[in-house]
Every structure is written in structure tokens, then in C-alpha cells.
Write a protein that binds this ligand. Sequence first.
Ligand SMILES: Nc1nc2c(ncn2[C@@H]2O[C@H](COP(=O)(O)OP(=O)(O)OP(=O)(O)O)[C@@H](O)[C@H]2O)c(=O)[nH]1
Ligand SMILES: [Mg+2]
Length: 378
Amino acid sequence: MIIKKYTANNVNEALGKIRQELGKDAVIISQKKMRKPGLNGLFSKKIVEITAAVESQDNKKYIKEDISKKNLNVSDDIQNDLLEALAERANTKEKYETNDKADNSELLSEMEQIKNMINTLVLNKEESFTDKTEEYLEKQDISKEIIENLLLKVKNIDEKEKLNKIKELIKEEIILEENYLDKIMVFVGPTGVGKTTTIAKLAGKLALLEKKSVGLITIDTYRIGAVEQLKTYAEIMNIPFNVVFNLKDMESAIKSMENCDVILIDTTGRSSKNTMQLSELRAYVEKSNSKNINLVLSSSVKNTDIKVIGDSYKNLGVNRVVITKLDETSTYGSILNILKEVNVPLSFITTGQNVPEDIKFPSKEELLSLIMGENSIC
Ligand SMILES: Nc1nc2c(ncn2[C@@H]2O[C@H](COP(=O)(O)OP(=O)(O)OP(=O)(O)O)[C@@H](O)[C@H]2O)c(=O)[nH]1
Ligand SMILES: [Mg+2]
């Protein structure tokens, strides 16, 4: 008895293949409609799978072929044991039994069992939608927690709708700050994420392109060269610039710029672990009276650090996030991780070192395609 599975686009095509390979005496054992395996298969047309059988002397050869074709992880030893046992049983029956019908039906049921064993192995081997999607989303560096949550939410949804639903759920997490501008804007965040450069880009866009009057203030007197960095940009753009050395100065610095449309305040990069420095920074932020406090984070921030940074900077009244250095990464899951963890709207992103060009205001759709690995920033 030879039992083989055939897949084809339709029943007629499958029957043609069966007739050609097994001959006209072949009988159909089972028939089902299914989708091709894999993530792509989810959206392909259904195919038919027909299992057919025909009498043969050469069971051993066909079982072996079947096993090797399905690329199963069955060791040679197991295969041989299985085949030997089957051959021995068939021989014994040939010797002692005369009733052909009984012999055939027992052999058939034995073959059926083997077929089921093979099918079980095939099923275990084929990756499910969940496994494939999980692996794909992990490759985009989306956090494990978010992935688990997404997969749980689509658990009871029809297979072919799952991927679309996941995209929909991710899109819901992307909250954009539509009115990112304000009279007084403060930028805070860990060291070296690009706060000063971002302020320079924004000042350039507003002052040079949009012809707004912009003022720059820095309270970063901690690092040698920090004042010079922003001062240089202010001079190039020919816009007012002020340095704040203590809390008292903050009020007068802002007052001196009250005629400006926008005042951008740069701060010292602080580690989220240094609570002393953070509370000092908080005093300055409060003194500025700003309602627009941007947490600047680099897209290469580690997943585990986002929560800690988000929690400690929340105390400063952070109500927007800016994601920098998207040009330095090839996966964009961190956008989602940051938005979900910090839980404030996104003002904009930065995509390089050029001032003022490398500042972007992407749409939800553009961010979604980056997060899903369907697009990239070169
Ligand atoms: N590739 C890339 N580099 C950037 C981007 N934004 C800033 N940088 C670079 O990152 C480095 C640090 O930028 P800064 O603007 O000084 O960072 P900061 O947050 O002000 O740093 P501290 O004031 O020391 O906390 C500089 O070399 C910038 O050119 C970006 O979007 N992409
Ligand atoms: Mg700086």
C-alpha cells in the first residue's frame, strides 16, 4: 500500500497528479482545503490537499521516501526500526495467513497509524502564526512584553485577520503631538542623546524656514563646551541667547525674551539614576513655567532602561517625547517601546547630525511601517 499526500490549487489538478503518479487504481483517503504554511501563506488562496492510496509491494521504499521528502527529524535508527517491524509483520502474515482480506485491512490500519504519526510530526514541525509573528516582531526589537500582549489580543481572531489586527493595535499606540510648538519649550534627557543638536535643528527650522522669532536659553553650565555649543548655533542663526547659572536667573532670562514667538531651553544631560541631579533639574524646569517639556531619547536606548528613564523623568513633568538618532539603527521597534513605556505623545524624530535638516515630523503610517520593518531611514 502506498499512501501519499498531494497539494494542488484545485481538486482536478490534484487528481491529475495522483493519476499520473499512482495510476488509475489509486483511491482517495482524505481531502481538505488549507492555506500554505508561513506568514505569507496567511494571505494566499486556499489549496487542496488530497491523500491517496494504491496497493503496492514496495511499502518500505515509499515510507522511506515519504519520510525523507517531509524532511522530518526522524533519526535513521527510528526509520529503520519502523520499516523492519513493518516488513517482518508483513512477512509473518504472508506465511501464516491465508485470508488476504484480513491481512490487507490490518496492514492498511497499520499504514494509517504510520501516516498519522508522520502527520503529527509534520504538524509539530510547521511553525504556527504565533511563532512566526513572535520571531518577526522580536527581530524588529519590539519588547517581549509588548509582543506577548499583542499576540494575546489577537488570539481568538481569524488567522487571516491576525496580522492586520496587530498592525492596527500598534498604530493605536502611536500617539502624535499635533501641536508640538509652544511659547516656552524645555528639552531634558540622558547625556548625549542629542538635546542640544535637536534644539539647534528646531531653532533653524523655526527661525530660518518659518521666519519665527526664536530665543535660546541654556542651563547646561555643567559640561565644558556646552554653552559654546549652543551659543555657536545662536550666533550663526543670529538669534538671542542666554545662559542661566542659577534658579534666580531663569525668570529674568525668560523675561528678556518675552517678545520671542518661541523660547527653547537646553538642559544638562542627567542620568536617571542620579536623583539629586534630577531634583535640581526639576527646580529649573518648574521655574521656567513651561507646559511643553520634551524628554529626548535615543532610538538605541535599551528596552530595560526605557522604563527607568521614563519613570524618573516623569517627575519633571515630561509631557512629550522626541526620539533621536533613527539614522543609526536598522530596526525601529524602540519607537513603539518608548511610546508605550513613557506614555506621552511623540513631538518629532531626528534622523542625522545635519542642522537643521535632520528633523522629521512623520505620520502614524510612516512610523508604523518603520516599526513593522517595512521601511527604513537611510
Ligand atoms: N546620527 C545622529 N547623531 C545625532 C543625532 N542627534 C544628535 N546627534 C549627535 O549626537 C552627539 C551628541 O549630541 P548633543 O546634541 O551634544 O547631545 P546632548 O543630549 O545635548 O548631550 P549632553 O548635553 O552632553 O547631555 C553629537 O555628536 C550629535 O551630532 C541624530 O539624529 N543622528
Ligand atoms: Mg547638550
